[in-house]
Write a protein that binds this ligand. Structure first.
Ligand SMILES: O=C(O)CCC(=O)C(=O)O
Ligand SMILES: [Mn+2]
Length: 218
C-alpha cells in the first residue's frame, strides 16, 4: 500500500553485487543514477530507428520489440540472425551510441572484473506486458572474450540464467529498474532468457520494460 510503494521507490545502494557465476554478476541499482538520461536517449534512438518485432529464421515473430544503437545492430529475419551496420527498416546507419552509454557499460564491466570493454553494439529491447525472451545464448558476436552488459529499466522482470547446455538447470533472478547484469569469461555462453513481463506501470517507462545489452561484436 502507500508505505510499501514509498519503499519500492527508494533507491538501493549502488554497491550491492551478487555473484551469479565465476564471470557473472548482478549489480543491483548500478544504472539508477543514469536511468532518466538513458530513457531519454532511448526515445531519441527510437525516433530514428523505430522499435520493431523481428521475425526469427524459424518464422516466429518475437514478442519483444527491438532497435539498436552503435556501429553495429543485431537483427533477424527469415535468412538468419546477424549484425548489420545499417537498420534494414530505414536503410540508414543505426543511431550512434551515446558516450554516456559507453561509459556506463564500461563501468559495469569493470565492477564485474572485465577491464577495457569497448562495446560496438547496443541492442535495445522493449517488453510490453506478456512479452518474453526464450532461452538463448548470445553467440553472434565474433569477440567472445568481451562480456555482455545488460541494463534493465522500468517494469521488473525475472531473468532466467541457465548453464552451458540448453537443458542445464535454470536459476531465476528478479531484475529491478536500474539493475545491471554482466556475464563473461567462462559464463559468456550461458543460456539465458526473460520470463513473461507482468503488467504494471513504472513512473519512467510507463507500461514497459526496457533492456539494453551492450556487446562487442568485432
Ligand atoms: O532483457 C533482458 O534482460 C535480456 C536480453 C537478452 O538476453 C538479449 O537481448 O539477448
Ligand atoms: Mn541474450
Amino acid at each position: 500500500m502507500f508505505t510499501l510503494d514509498l519503499f519500492a521507490e527508494l533507491p538501493r545502494s549502488a554497491d550491492e553485487r551478487r555473484q551469479l557465476g565465476p564471470g557473472a554478476w548482478l549489480l543491483e541499482g548500478f544504472a539508477l543514477a543514469q536511468a532518466v538520461a538513458i530513457v531519454e536517449a532511448v526515445r531519441s534512438v527510437e525516433a530514428r530507428s523505430p522499435l520493431r518485432h523481428l521475425v526469427t529464421p524459424g518464422g516466429y515473430t518475437m514478442s519483444v520489440a527491438m532497435t539498436n544503437c552503435g556501429r553495429l545492430g543485431w537483427t533477424s529475419d527469415l535468412r538468419g540472425y546477424r549484425y548489420a551496420t545499417h537498420d534494414p527498416l530505414t536503410g540508414q546507419p543505426w543511431p550512434s551510441m551515446p558516450e554516456a552509454f559507453v561509459e556506463l557499460a564500461q563501468a559495469a564491466a569493470v565492477a564485474a572484473g572485465f577491464a577495457a570493454f569497448e562495446p560496438d553494439a547496443c541492442l535495445i529491447n522493449a517488453y510490453e506486458p506478456g512479452a518474453r525472451l526464450s532461452l538463448h545464448q548470445d553467440k553472434d558476436e565474433q569477440d567472445l572474450a568481451a562480456p555482455i552488459v545488460s541494463v534493465s529499466l522500468g517494469l521488473p522482470a525475472v531473468f532466467m540464467f541457465g548453464g552451458a547446455e540448453r537443458n542445464s538447470p535454470i536459476a531465476r533472478y528478479p531484475l529491478q529498474h536500474g539493475d545491471v547484469v554482466v556475464w563473461g569469461g567462462e559464463d559468456r555462453l550461458r543460456y539465458h532468457g526473460v520470463a513473461p513481463v507482468k503488467a504494471g506501470e513504472h513512473p519512467l517507462t510507463g507500461s514497459r520494460r526496457l533492456n539494453l545489452t551492450f556487446r562487442k561484436v568485432l
